[in-house]
Ligand binder design. Sequence first.
Ligand SMILES: Cc1cc2nc3c(=O)[nH]c(=O)nc-3n(C[C@H](O)[C@H](O)[C@H](O)COP(=O)(O)OP(=O)(O)OC[C@H]3O[C@@H](n4cnc5c(N)ncnc54)[C@H](O)[C@@H]3O)c2cc1C
Length: 643
Amino acid sequence: MKSPLEAPEKQISEETSAKTEKVAAPSVIDTSKMSEGKRAALELTEASRDPLDDRGSFASNLFIGRYDFDRIFPWPEQSAEDHAAGEDFLRKLESYLRDHVDPDEIDRTGEIPPANFAGLAEIGAFGIKVPQKYGGLGLSQYNYGRAAVLLGSWDGNVAALVSAHQSIGVAQPLLLFGTEEQKQKYLPRVSRGEISAFALTESHAGSDPATMSLRADPTPDGSEFILNGEKLWCTNGVKAGVLVVMARTAPKMVNGKERKQITAFIVDVDTPGLKVTYRCRFMGLRALYNAVVTFQDVHVPRENMISKEGAGLKVALTTLNAGRLTLPAACVGVSKRLLEISRQWAGERIQWGVPIGKHAAIAGKIAEMAGNIFAMEAVTFLTSSLLDRKAADLRIETAMCKLWATEMTWKIADDAMQVRGGRGYETAQSLAGRGEPAIGVERFLRDCRVNTIFEGSSEIMRLFIAREALDPHLKVGGAIFNTTLPKSERFKAVLGSGKFYAGWYPKQWLPGGAGDIDGLHDTLHKHVDYAAGASKRLARGLFHAMTRFGPKLDREQLLLSRFVGVATELFAISASCSYAQWLLGQGKPADETLALADYFCRSARLRIDHHFAGTAKNVDRRGYQLTQDLLAGKYDILRKGIV
Ligand SMILES: Cc1cc2nc3c(=O)[nH]c(=O)nc-3n(C[C@H](O)[C@H](O)[C@H](O)COP(=O)(O)OP(=O)(O)OC[C@H]3O[C@@H](n4cnc5c(N)ncnc54)[C@H](O)[C@@H]3O)c2cc1C
């Protein structure tokens, strides 16, 4: 019986007798033929990447054809004590939002009233996960997720304020990496409501932090760093008292080459030389206090460094690994609210003699919303619960939650607008002005659009997941293609990987589902069996792609995104089945629970078919060439006739 906490590479090793010893990350990827910019970006990210730890995870194993349903089934339910611990705060938050937060007014004015900052601070909303000994509520990730659902369902601006403050702002990195002194100094402040923010992005450094230019130079005695430069789009920056700032510090020599270093600092906003110079405004989240922040000779004491010099990107990436779970939870809230609006309208709006929900085109949209919300809740709270249990290395799960939930929510918002027709496009204020209920679907649509862009854009999430998916294979065979390594090492890799794949590959063709699973309803069991088989097909597909493209596979982003799409849907199917079985055990109506889970799984399987079909037949190459020609100025016809 395998242990549920084994790492993929350890499992591979045991199953095949191949030695998959940990290879230093940079040596498994050949960066020698890359452009200077790409090489710098990749080497910096690789150097900041923690190897997948020895515990592995359910989702990471999908890519190697290993379907460990026992890692997520039975459903890791929230304990009664943990549930009770969150109740008081969650009830306060719910009534506070309902009674004191006016989302349409906040959207219209572009301001969150000061009273709301004070009110939220009073109920502890700014220190939800911060331990009580540092002045926070000390609640679990699961309860934090429940709070994010409430916030998302009501007001995106307040959700973003609270989330940026503690999911990526000072609290999260300090909880992960802070010294005891730092925690004692800053956590009580931010828990009480002193707003915090996370400053990574710059004008030239968006998805690629290697191009960051804000510098931190040590003073001659080394007791301080002096920061110079500018940060862009710092959410909460306008209101913040304290920031986490990522800065370039002196480069390090690695194997005779200079490697860029990024270091994280806690910076008090009242430090001389720090200025909020601009408030950015957006399509949605109109009351986001998002800032351009400039630093001119800003002195920061060395003790405000988080972790150690050069570890800044690791701090940022690790912070985001868990921090980006807040967005999918907020998305559950947004999506449930939109389903409520849609189902009510589809039942009451009569066109062509019947309620519009009786027209199959509208009914199809609402069914998709319902199935996807069920799965969104399943993946988000499964991952939250596993995170609370520290059950595994969950970076792939959290990235999948973020990627999948934010994209689904955008689709749900788009569909909800279609269901509401012209009223979906009309503002709440305008609707109210002519005597109709003030239902602001367009506000939700505007507010949720950015979710696929920030905290790791969808494209970057797919690359991130693909990198982790390829990791076991890179460890086994990456060295073969790495022209920077000595021939002897590459030859050793050929032998090692031959031995490994001779054992591993035939297994990916073995038929059979997930095996016997006690206590799983038949309807769910057949979807889990499907997922087990599909994960082998996924592993084979990925392997074939690697043999076909070798070290150039990283350029095949669209192909990789299909594999990531398959795995993400398989994760969602599996989580939904586990969740559905748990709900059945809780006495929830069986017909409703099974109908939702079954609908979702069937619809996800269609998407998986589509992804697989695209791996065999696609127009990727032609599309790529077309775009390069467009970028080069060809296709004049497409310019003609416009203003
Ligand atoms: C409302 C808002 C709030 C924000 N809050 C914060 C904050 O609090 N703190 C902070 O530090 N930052 C914040 N950001 C910045 C945000 O994280 C960035 O917008 C994001 O990282 C993307 O960077 P970019 O916009 O410069 O896009 P770019 O990096 O220029 O990318 C443009 C497009 O190209 C794609 N792309 C880029 N590189 C690749 C690649 N290698 N392969 C495939 N596709 C690629 C991207 O996915 C994107 O679609 C915020 C942004 C917004 C709009």
